[in-house]
Design a protein around this ligand. Structure first.
Ligand code: ADP
Length: 197
C-alpha cells in the first residue's frame, strides 16, 4: 500500500503516519524528520537545509527528491506512507516519475483538512524551533502557495481522499481507515496497472 498524507503544517500528518505505519507494518517516511535528523547530526546536507527550515521556507526540490528517491529504494517493498512529501508540483511530478519506473502507482493521497485558525493554534502549542508565530504564519503561506495546488493535481489523478483532520486523532484514524477500505472495496482497477507481484 503506497500512500501520501497531504495537509497543512499541524494537520496531524505525523500522528496519522505513525498509526498507519504500526497498523500495516510499512515505513512512514517524514521528510521533516529526515531533514531535522541531518541538521542534528551536522551533516553537509544538514548544514545546507537548516536555514530553510528555520525560516519556514521549503528546502530546494532537488535535495528532497534525491532523499526520497534513495529512501523509496531502500525498504518499501511492502508499501510506504509519505508524510510531508510531495510539497510542490515538481516534487509530485518527480514522485510520479519514480513510481512509474517501479510500476507501482500511488494507491491514494489522503488530504487532512484543517482550517488555518485551528492549525495555528495547534502549532502554537508545539515546541519545535520552527514553531514560533512568525515562522508558523510563513509556513502556512508557503503551504497555500506551493502545496495546496497538489490538491487539484491529485484530484485530476483521481487519487485524492478528503479526511476531516479537525477531529481528535482516533476519529481521524477511523476516517482514514474507511477511506482505505473504500479503496480495497472499489477494486480500484482503473488506476492500477496489472499487478506487480
Ligand atoms: P510541518 O508539516 O509541521 O511544517 P514538517 O516536519 O513536515 O512539519 O516540515 C518542517 C520543515 O521541513 C518545512 O518547513 C521545510 O522547511 C522542510 N521540509 C519538509 N518536507 C519538505 C519537502 N517535501 N520539501 C521541502 N522542504 C521540506
Amino acid at each position: 500500500m503506497d500512500l501520501v498524507l497531504l495537509g497543512p503544517p499541524g494537520s496531524g500528518k505525523g500522528t496519522q503516519a505513525a498509526l498507519l505505519s504500526e497498523k500495516y507494518g510499512i515505513p512512514a517516511i517524514s521528510t521533516g524528520d529526515v531533514l531535522r535528523a541531518q541538521v542534528e547530526a551536522g551533516t553537509p546536507l544538514g548544514k545546507r537545509v537548516k536555514a530553510y527550515i528555520d525560516r519556514g521556507e521549503l528546502v530546494p526540490d532537488s535535495l528532497v527528491v534525491d532523499l526520497i528517491q534513495h529512501r523509496l529504494l531502500a525498504d518499501t517493498q511492502q508499501g510506504f506512507i509519505l508524510d510531508g512529501f510531495p510539497r510542490t508540483l515538481p516534487q509530485a511530478q518527480a514522485l510520479d516519475t519514480m513510481l512509474a519506473a517501479l510500476n507501482r502507482p500511488l494507491d491514494a493521497v489522503l488530504y487532512l483538512q484543517v482550517d488555518p485558525e485551528a492549525v495555528r493554534e495547534r502549532l502554537g502549542q508545539r515546541h519545535r524551533g520552527d514553531d514560533r508565530q512568525s515562522v508558523i504564519d510563513h509556513r502556512l503561506d508557503v503551504f497555500l502557495d506551493q502545496t495546496a495546488p497538489l490538491i487539484s493535481y491529485y484530484e485530476r489523478e483521481r487519487k485524492l481522499k478528503l479526511i476531516d483532520g479537525s477531529q481528535p486523532p482516533e476519529v481521524v484514524a477511523a476516517s482514514i481507515e474507511d477511506a482505505i477500505r473504500s479503496l480495497a472495496g472499489s477494486g480500484n482497477g482503473s488506476s492500477r496497472t496489472p499487478s506487480r507481484s
